[in-house]
Ligand binder design. Structure first.
Ligand code: ARG
Length: 462
């Protein structure tokens, strides 16, 4: 039996139910649905629509249904279209006739939207914590990296030496923006749709402000049509997650490259690498590759859901049921990826000798040589030209750059100190730059920022 069987002359076709039922995936809204339903029955009692003792019976039946669901002993029936109808049916069985009053003044449309927001606000806080965790790991590894440096790249060509800490923190700041986005999504979605009914409110004297407050929302909806059809918060979450996925993918790509024999900057911990079924010598960066690969799927969830939304007239349309699977999968996958990348970064061994040897190649100080001339009055474009032709000459004539610098009239022996390992980095002092003093300041700021974000998050934990 469905909730709407009296309207029809025939029972629902099995294939129709198979196509439209969402029970298989919306079970994870059970706890949120029960929380919202309990608030709803108390609201009905306050409005004088049900008696206090009826509300108590309903609330008890709801909690018991919740316990059964949590314990895995809840018996689903073939007519259960989704978790919401299953719970209502069970409440009817447990509470008897009064069960028929549970759905007074509400529709599944405002019910589903409410449950999804309750569920998601918890999930967003949980996800934000995982993002913070990974940032903490990056900060710790940056602190441990000390003065170690490696080449910084543009176009994947060696450009200038940078501190390893600087490189790690670059990923940390990207995640700091991800964290910020999750929190602002959470804050924007803090409106309770309960009381919007199917689309236009109710003739019953419900007080949506009060149910919003009971459920811990900042406020109620402003417009009932918008309340039941708004899934911006799902789309925003999918974007936030897609971008986290993109950031993890970029980390993954670097781990793949840097752990290759050609680079040799990283050695993966055995617990975080995989072997080959055929090639006995292999140690593969599968975690990094999956972090990269899964981002495609996360981007797909965002674009797919935006396509679902784009043609919908107001207000509720069944298309909206398609919000759940991409959302749940995105939450699951990005959580797994954040934890795995955290494990990977925590345990990776940095081959600091290989990194520094690569960064000590003399050509990486080319711009420092040009700036050395600038300080001595040579216009930058001219200085750039001088150094560029010296680099070319050193390659073409197979001569060390140091030799050419030493014998060049604009440079001479004094400039040779610039080529000494580590010098280029120490001489770079601009704020936010890759030199040791600036990076020490940056690490301090990053750590302080982490502390502020942890405090921001604790205000949203329930
Ligand atoms: N499972 C559905 C959903 O998630 C429930 C809403 C059905 N509402 C309706 N008017 N048919 O959207």
């Amino acid at each position: 039996m469905t909730l709407w069987s009296t309207r029809m002359n025939a029972p629902p076709a099995e294939e129709m139910m198979a196509f439209s039922a969402s029970l298989a995936f919306d079970r994870r809204l059970a706890a949120a649905d029960i929380e919202a339903s309990i608030a709803h029955v108390h609201g009905l009692a306050r409005a004088g629509i049900v008696e206090e003792k009826e509300a108590t019976l309903l609330a008890e039946a709801l909690s018991r249904s919740g316990d059964e669901l949590a314990a895995g002993v809840f018996q689903f029936e073939p007519g259960d279209e989704d978790i919401h109808t299953a719970i209502e049916r069970r409440v009817h069985e447990l509470a008897g006739d009064v069960g028929a009053k549970l759905h007074t003044g509400r529709s599944r449309n405002d019910q589903v939207a409410t449950a999804l927001r309750i569920y998601l606000r918890r999930e967003l806080a949980r996800l934000a914590e995982l993002v913070l965790e990974l940032q903490r790991t990056l900060a710790r590894r940056a602190g441990d990296a000390g003065q170690t440096y490696l080449p910084g790249y543009t176009h994947l060509q060696r450009a200038q030496p940078v501190l390893l800490a600087h490189h790690l923190l670059a990923h940390g700041w990207a995640l700091a923006r991800d964290f910020d986005r999750l929190i602002s999504t959470l804050e924007r979605m803090d409106a309770c749709p309960l009381g919007a009914g199917a689309l236009g409110g109710s003739t019953l004297p419900l007080r949506p402000d009060e149910t919003a407050e009971t459920l811990g929302f900042a406020h109620r909806f402003e417009n009932s049509l918008d309340a039941v059809s708004d899934r911006d918060f799902v789309a925003e979450t999918l974007f936030d997650i897609a971008l986290i996925g993109v950031h993890l993918s970029r980390v993954g790509e670097e781990v793949v490259i840097f752990s290759s024999e050609e680079f040799g900057f990283l050695r993966l911990d055995d617990a975080w690498a995989t072997g080959s079924s055929m090639l006995p010598q292999k140690k593969n960066p599968d975690v990094a590759e999956l972090a990269r690969g899964k981002s495609g799927r996360l981007i797909g969830h965002l674009t797919g859901f935006l396509a679902t939304l784009k043609g919908l007239p107001l207000a509720y349309n069944r298309d909206l049921q398609e919000d759940k699977e991409p959302l749940f999968d995105a939450l699951d996958q990005v959580s797994l990826a954040l934890v795995a990348v955290d494990g990977l970064i925590s345990t990776t061994l940095f081959d600091t000798e290989r990194m520094e040897a690569a960064a000590d190649a003399p050509a990486l100080v080319a711009v420092d040589l040009a700036e050395w001339l600038v300080v001595r009055g040579v216009p930058f474009r001219e200085a750039h030209g001088i150094v560029g032709s010296l680099v070319r000459e050193s390659i073409e004539r197979h001569l060390p750059l140091a030799e050419l610098i030493e014998s060049h009239p604009s440079f001479g022996e004094d400039a040779l100190s610039l080529l000494e390992p580590g010098t280029a980095l120490r001489r770079r002092r601009t704020p936010g730059g890759a030199g040791p003093e600036a990076v020490a300041v940056q690490l301090g700021r990053f750590t302080a920022h982490l502390g502020e974000d942890a405090a921001r998050l604790s205000a949203h934990r329930r």
